[in-house]
Design a protein around this ligand. Sequence first.
Ligand code: HEC
Ligand code: HEC
Length: 309
Amino acid sequence: MSDFVSGFWGIAIALATVLGIAACFLLLMFSSRVKKMADDNSTGHVWDGDLKELNNPLPRWWVGLFIITLVFSIAYLYYYPGLGMHDGSLKWSQSGAYKAEMVAAEQRLAPLYDGFLKQTPEQLQQDPKAMAIAERLFLNNCAQCHGSDARGAQGFPNLADADWLWGGSPEAVRVTIADGRKGLMPPMSAAVGTDQDITDLAKFVQSLSGKSGDELAIARGKGKWMSAGCVGCHGADGKGNTALGAPNLTDNTWIYGGSLDSIFYTIKNGRQNAMPAWASRLSKPQIEVLTAYVIKLSGGGSRQSVAAR
Ligand code: HEC
Ligand code: HEC
């Protein structure tokens, strides 16, 4: 009952509760007193010509229940919080019960989690218990962005393919999850030139993934690719750089989409993206099982990346 700022409501509620119980008790006393009635044991009230109200006593079982209820309510109010600010002699509270449950759960899981820390990611991937916990953690914390099947969505990378922005080694994935990542593609229109130049460049970028098109435009775009500074981040061959989170542009796997419009927009306006940090919200063993889980989803890096989404 500590939610009340002033004592007034606590007292008002305690008073209303006590008066309510007292009123119930008085009502019971009053109605069980024998009253003087007419000779035929009726109250003298008659309806519909011959319907008489008799003065029978309340059934015993009913009175008994009533008394049990009253006793129960008094005992309850003594042991549990209910009377205004009174905490109850058991000192029970919802938040206290929740905390106790959490502590108990942590103690129960501690040995299990400690065991996880002693295992390598490869061993964790073979451990059904670890993977079940990781899956639950993923659904609770990661699925809203990466999707419940981890295949991502526009702006959120697919984690179920072997294509990595920041690297798929356990070290890299662990850092990604614990510390988060910020992907920054700067707006490049100043470096590239006119909208026509940007369109040429976008066609060249599409050609990196094997899309054929206007050869002349692609050749002009390639010139821009070399001169505008794209290679500094994406590499001369366009295969990306996991140190910067610069995506591989040759694999037909896209964060934002591989259409001409989408690539044009990316080059002209840039893109910014953030993967939140989890070190403060998840424990070390939790991050460890998630690392193993995410790498497992990608087929351990052995599978080819999925085609364009
Ligand atoms: C608020 C949305 C959001 C949530 C929640 C989120 N992520 Fe991410 N995640 C992102 C974005 C956006 C990126 C891409 C960052 C970039 O563009 O560089 C990313 C990137 C990643 C990457 C790097 C992928 C690569 O190709 O290198 C991994 C691994 C990852 N997330 C795992 C997780 C896990 C595990 C969780 C849950 C604990 C999680 N994410 C929760 C938004 C989210
Ligand atoms: C400073 C480094 C940097 C430079 C320079 C740069 N990029 Fe990027 N680029 C990135 C990063 C980082 C991302 C990923 C952004 C994100 O995670 O949201 C990206 C994303 C992209 C994408 C989106 C890919 C997808 O999967 O949707 C395209 C297309 C792209 N860059 C093309 C280019 C072109 C063309 C140039 C040259 C004009 C260029 N970039 C220059 C860092 C760079």
